[in-house]
Design a protein around this ligand. Structure first.
Ligand code: BT5
Length: 329
């Protein structure tokens, strides 16, 4: 009952915003808005106050009414959905433990593919192998995209590669010198700006669903990262020295993910591999990796059609790393 009321309130607020945004610079009285939406003047007043508290800049002038004063700079589900080129179902949460965990529950309950969970804050953001992902409120984009692959299980490694290409391409389009470090890191000038965690559920021999979790650092300062990450992590604002519009960035990212995951469904793995190679800062480099439990210095040669990394050991042997970790020397 409480949830239903909250949904109704939020629907009315979106309708009020739409009315005001369709008349930029013009005033609408509370009575006029109330009449259109079938609510009282005082309800309009209450909702406008709520919107102002959420950060919307709405002018209220006696005897004239309400007017949106300037382009709003707000990160929420409504603003995000409005900017998408390809409409998608977005579940926007103020806080959650991990968007991957929330997405997994939704996928298990049968939600549509393409559904994306976005959170302002994660209290238990996850990296791979039980590591943590710093996810302070409002500092980064934390999202999980749900896929229900129809492609075969041998393409599973391409999912993370497709996600990395999408992030890298968006950042390049926005003017950042981003590159991909195999398999799941996006770097700017050698520092990690984004990590990707893909989790999969299987049903016999097919992929039931995959969750692609993306954490992109946006407005952190050096101090926010703390001593542990200060030398290895960066954020978009640290790199550009300018305010980054989180909503526009997240919308561009969602559109790009949609485009890249469609390549997978359309069996265009070649396209993903060739774009991945052009964004790679891995191939051709000497790297450290662990082979049979032993740390070795190897040269990264190529990426295989299934996403594995082909490397050459110092003794000349060539081998493929299917999953794991590399360190730059
Ligand atoms: C990753 O793991 O890079 C995957 C991170 C995925 C995070 C997203 S956020 C949305 C979704 N929901 C989740 O719960 N997770 C996903 P890995 O390669 O294991 O790297 C983790 C390591 O990166 C940590 O051990 C730290 O050293 C470092 N790290 C932690 N937070 C960071 C940050 N915000 N920026 C840069 N490095 C970070």
């Amino acid at each position: 009952m409480i949830k239903q009321q909250a949904t109704e309130d939020s629907d009315i607020r979106i309708k009020i915003l739409t009315l005001l945004e369709n008349r930029p610079g013009q005033f609408m009285s509370g009575e006029q808005i109330g009449r259109i939406l079938g609510v009282s003047r005082s309800a309009v007043w209450k909702h406008i106050n709520h919107l102002k508290k959420s950060g919307y800049c709405i002018l209220s002038v006696p005897n004239k009414g309400y007017c949106i004063a300037e382009r709003s700079y707000i990160y929420n589900g409504y603003e995000l959905a409005k900017r998408l080129t390809t409409p998608a179902h977005i579940v926007f949460l103020d806080t959650t433990d991990s968007t991957n965990i929330t997405a997994k529950k939704m996928a298990a309950q049968g939600c549509e593919p393409g559904t994306t969970v976005v959170a302002l804050e994660q209290t238990g953001g996850k990296g791979r192998l039980g590591r943590q992902w710093q996810s302070a409120a409002g500092k980064g984009i934390f999202l999980s995209y749900i896929l229900r692959p129809t492609f075969s299980i041998d393409k599973i490694g391409l999912i993370t590669l497709a996600g990395s290409c999408a992030v890298c391409e968006v950042l390049k389009e926005k003017g950042f010198e981003a590159g991909i470090k195999w398999p799941n890191d996006i770097l700017i000038k050698g520092k990690k700006v984004c990590g990707i965690l893909t989790e999969t559920s299987f049903e016999e021999t097919r992929i039931e669903y995959a969750i692609v979790g993306i954490g992109l650092n946006v407005s952190q300062s050096k101090e926010d990262f703390g001593p542990e990450l200060i030398n290895t992590a960066t954020s978009l604002e640290m790199e550009s020295l300018k305010k980054v519009n989180m909503t526009e960035m997240a919308a561009a990212l969602l559109d790009k993910l949609h485009e890249y995951f469609a390549f997978l469904e359309e069996d265009k793995g070649d396209e993903i591999i060739s774009r991945w190679k052009s964004y790679s800062v891995t191939l051709g480099r000497t790297i450290f990796t662990t082979v049979n439990g032993k740390k070795e210095s190897v040269t990264a040669l190529d990426i295989r059609q299934d996403g594995a990394l082909t490397v050459r050991k110092q003794d000349g042997t060539v081998l493929d790393i299917i999953s794991g970790e590399i360190l730059f020397t």
